[in-house]
Design a binder for this molecule. Structure first.
Ligand code: FAD
Length: 475
């Protein structure tokens, strides 16, 4: 049994004060550790403009659990979040249709990245055992020793620091991860998808209202590319255009851009405004999207990766931040389980979290196709109806994949396993129905041979139905 008082006197360095690092600092401070939070950028609370990615994000239960653990869920979700209860699909002809996320009316929330980060930084500062070092860029680390070298960008000088544990929360291009990559037995893979993204904006109407119904995540699925929009607290919309990066390059004049919008997103031109569309598009850069897997996440008892540093994913499941915040919850749970004994906690964390993180990285990639393509297909809508029907029939047993991922804390890898099981059942049911159809045909033929064949089909159906029910029972 670890000596708690002693263990909690340990010094932990969290590198990166983004969404995950600032939450992790609060979690560790809650446990009594001396926490040093190092951030490359200055204090975003004092900046007029914060450079960086996506202005707003979809927050769901996994992220909310993390926020709840440090007492800021109410402030972020209730006071600030905008509920999005359904996808709103924009068809080419300008018509729209809503596809609810969940039959029980559960919703996701649009939150501002900057706001969430600021609330978490302020919360971290409320702990006397947290010190935030802004303008500190990690240059190097000897992870076995917990020794780090930073560049203090405000003084332009190198600073040395030490800690018992170094946690890399420094994002998709993590420097802590780079240090781990120099070690044997560390596995790493990355994929850049062919698509890039660019953020545009739909301003509020002249009377200061939302230009579209606000409680939706709006989607313009167009097969090879798509556009989405999430509502902001100031009644504007952040619009994100996703398409192959070569396509961005072909839109090199205002006319080319406007023609492209007229062809593919005609209803969006009036919403954004012609001049604003041209000005914003040419003032912005299309950004790449990377997917990262690595393992293990730890080095001995002295270093750990969390958030995007461990598992950057493409943004199509709206789970990157949610998963990163759940990382903090999982680490906290393991600290409880192993009484803060880092020699046990860190390997247990890698073992527990890796299959889940890799599962959501894969699911995000799957949704990359679903969002731009499948939400528009009849098969997708049919499957959704089917899932809704079965989840009413077998509540708790038949939970649609999106619901498991977004509205529960079911482990990600188990969500995939359950989905495979469901697909198996659906395939069997489809088989049964087709066989039954053929059988009916024979029955109506009324010949003896047809009757014999029909009887044998009946036996087959009976056996399939028994097997199906047995699998449903086992779940
Ligand atoms: P980051 O947010 O990248 O923070 C890393 C921090 O580390 C930064 O503050 C950075 O300045 C700092 N840092 C970097 N290098 C160093 C260094 N050398 N030294 C010190 N500090 C350093 N997720 C969702 O859950 N829902 C969504 O709807 C969603 N939408 C998205 C849309 C887009 C377009 C994109 C690109 C991502 C989206 N995500 C979404 C994913 C989400 O943004 C990330 O998963 C999340 O930001 C990860 O948080 P993080 O703290 O791990 O990394």
């Amino acid at each position: 049994m670890a000596d708690c008082a002693n263990v909690r006197n340990k010094k932990i360095a969290v590198v990166g004060a983004g969404l995950v690092g600032s939450l992790e600092a609060c979690m560790l401070a809650n446990r009594g550790y001396e926490v040093h939070l190092y951030e490359y950028r200055g204090d975003i609370r004092t900046m007029e403009h914060v450079p960086g990615r996506s202005i707003n994000l979809a927050m769901s239960i996994r992220g909310r659990t993390g926020l709840g653990a440090v007492g800021v869920e109410e402030k972020i979700i209730r006071e600030h979040g905008i509920p999005m209860r359904a996808r709103m699909i924009h068809n080419l002809d300008g018509t729209t249709r809503a596809i609810p996320y969940n039959k029980d009316g559960k919703c996701i929330y649009s939150v501002g990245r900057r706001y969430v980060n600021e609330v978490l930084l302020t919360r971290a500062e409320e702990f006397p055992n947290v010190k935030i070092h802004f303008n500190h860029k990690l240059l190097n680390a000897e992870l076995d020793q917990g020794a780090m070298t930073f560049l203090d960008t405000s003084a332009n000088e190198e600073v040395k620091a030490e800690a018992d544990l170094v946690i890399g929360c420094d994002g998709a291009y993590s420097n802590v991860r780079k240090q781990m990559m120099k070690r044997s037995w560390f596995n790493y893979s990355q994929v850049y998808i062919p698509h890039a993204y660019m953020e545009l904006c739909i301003p509020p109407t002249p009377d200061g209202e939302f230009a579209m119904p606000p409680n939706y995540l709006h989607i313009w699925p167009r097969g090879k590319f798509m556009m989405i929009a999430l509502p902001n607290q100031d009644k504007s919309w952040t619009v994100t255009l996703f398409m192959p990066h070569e396509m961005f390059q072909t839109l090199d004049t205002p006319d080319a851009l406007l023609n492209f919008f007229k062809t593919h997103y005609p209803d969006a031109i009036a919403l954004i405004g012609k001049e604003k569309l041209v000005a914003d598009f040419f003032a912005n850069k299309a950004l790449p999207m990377i997917s990262v897997k690595c393992s293990p996440y730890h080095v001995g008892s002295t270093s750990l990766l969390m958030g995007d540093a461990a598992h950057a994913m493409v943004p199509f499941y709206g789970q990157g931040m949610n998963c990163g915040m759940e990382d903090c919850v999982v680490l906290d749970e393991l600290m409880n389980k192993y009484d803060d004994d880092l020699e046990k906690v860190l390997p247990a964390y890698s073992e527990h979290r890796n299959p889940d993180a890799e599962a959501i990285v894969d699911l995000a990639m799957y949704n990359y196709i679903e969002m731009r393509d499948l939400v528009n297909s009849r098969l997708f809508l049919l499957r959704k109806k089917w899932d809704d029907f079965l989840s009413r029939l077998l509540p708790g047993t038949w939970v649609p994949l999106y619901t498991m991922v977004t509205f529960s804390r079911e482990r990600y890898h188990s969500c995939i396993a359950k989905k495979k099981w469901q697909d198996n059942i659906v395939a069997r049911i489809v088989k049964v129905c087709s066989v039954a159809g053929v059988m009916m045909g024979f029955l109506f033929a009324k010949t003896e041979a047809a009757h014999t064949l029909a009887n044998s089909f009946l036996t087959h159906i009976n056996s399939l139905a028994t097997k199906t029910l047995a699998v449903v029972d086992r779940s």
